[in-house]
Design a protein around this ligand. Structure first.
Ligand code: 57M
Length: 360
């Protein structure tokens, strides 16, 4: 909004010219979102305690998790507030990609909120939306977003492959199906990862920062042609949205760091997963998301393998418990050790992903 308010007056006051730059607005979007979440955090946590919107803990979980019962949840509301306010303030409101990312994030957040709210009201972990209802809602939202992208003039249905420069298969309408799979898959994978303090927030922050860089270069004609990646006019603007995500998640992590004072709930995990999926498809770095979000992929695959093996063998397990973070906990690693090691792996994966821009 500031862009539209200040830029027209750059001839009267030269300083207003600065709002032209995506880099400047991305940094301030991050700082603004961080301050909002950081300032509202204590009030929100107090309010959720008063309303008794606390977490219910599953019986079969690791013993150490029982002490977390009653921790305020739905911190995702705070994250969404920070992301939305900051994106609207610092973003260009005539950007299609910016609106697409923001609406997917808010839509996934709304689905998560219904789930969290029902669990909180019914005061049990199984009281939320059924898995099927959640999947149907996420699928419909993703289909709407994918169709909007498909119909957007100039948006290509070609798939960029990391390491390979000259093979860019055109998926045509099949791209819509791929985009739905990516959006639903990422939202669910981040949700599964969100089982230890800061375990989802850390890698989301790292992945959003990585996509911030990728969106900037994909939307910059010189950088894109230098790196020989697809140039997507206008996509650079989602760097501002991703700046807001980075800032809001940092502000949230302040309170979600071990020992957590608040959990993000499905409101947070589904919306942040949706945000990363949307960023990956808008920037045409769909396949690279597997690397950037490698932690989420491994967590989701651990669940698929565990459940599949469990069913096939009538009760045998590959891991001590799935998702994977529970396996390490049950091996005796302290919770902060699992969390920080997963963060380190997320940073390594992000660095490798960025380096693939030159490995072509
Ligand atoms: C939700 N939610 C956390 C919190 C957070 C198919 C199956 C593998 C599904 C999976 C599942 O339901 N996963 C998705 C994970 C829960 O956190 C809440 O949920 C929100 C995210 N959706 O924001 O509101 C618990 O996680 C802990 N937590 C923290 N710190 C945080 O910052 O400590 C969360 C955030 C919280 C808290 O304890 O209560 C969750 O794990 O429930 N199911 C599972 O994950 C279960 N796995 C399982 O049953 N595995 C079996 C199967 C696959 C054969 C096995 O391996 O034997 C585990 N869930 C729990 N304990 N709690 C089992 C053990």
């Amino acid at each position: 909004m500031l862009y539209h308010l200040l830029y027209p007056f750059r001839d009267i006051f030269g300083g207003f010219n600065v709002v032209r730059y995506i880099t400047f607005r991305s940094i301030w979007a991050a700082l603004f979102a961080l301050v909002i979440v950081w300032l509202l955090g204590p009030w929100f946590i107090r309010k959720m305690r008063e309303l008794q919107m606390g977490q219910y803990i599953r019986e079969l979980g690791p013993e150490s998790h029982k002490a977390k019962a009653g921790t305020p949840t739905m911190g995702g509301v705070l994250i969404l507030l920070g992301v939305t306010a900051s994106t609207l303030l610092w973003g260009r409101l005539d950007s299609f990609y910016l609106w697409l990312c923001l609406l997917v994030t808010l839509g996934c957040g709304a689905i998560g909120f219904i789930d969290d709210f029902r669990k909180a009201v019914q005061k049990r972990n199984e009281g939320g939306l059924s898995a099927r209802a959640k999947l149907a809602l996420l699928g419909s939202l993703s289909l709407a977003a994918a169709a909007a992208l498909y119909l957007h003039p100039g948006y290509s249905t070609q798939l960029s492959l990391p390491f390979i420069k000259f093979v860019v298969p055109d998926l045509g309408w099949g791209y819509v199906l791929l985009a739905v799979f990516i959006l639903v898959g990422t939202a669910n994978a981040v949700n599964l990862t969100d089982g230890l303090d800061g375990l989802a927030a850390g890698p989301v922050l790292i992945a959003a920062a990585t996509f911030l860089v990728l969106s900037y270069v994909s939307g910059n004609v010189k950088a894109a042609s230098y790196l020989q990646i697809q140039y997507i006019p206008g996509v650079g603007e989602i760097a501002v949205f991703l700046g807001a995500v980075v800032g809001a998640v940092m502000g949230f992590l302040w309170y979600n760091a071990y020992p957590a004072q608040v959990f993000m709930g499905d409101t947070g995990s589904l919306s942040l997963g949706g945000a990363l999926g949307a960023a990956a498809i808008c920037t045409k770095h769909e396949i690279l998301l597997v690397l950037v979000g490698g932690i989420f992929v491994v967590e989701a695959v651990s669940v698929i393998l565990q459940v599949g093996f469990f069913k096939a063998t009538h009760g045998k397990r590959i891991f001590k418990m799935a998702p994977l973070h529970h396996h390490f906990e049950l091996m005796g690693w302290a919770e902060p050790k699992v969390i920080v090691r997963f963060w380190i792996i997320a940073v390594v994966l992000a660095l490798i992903a960025i380096s693939t821009l030159k490995l072509r």
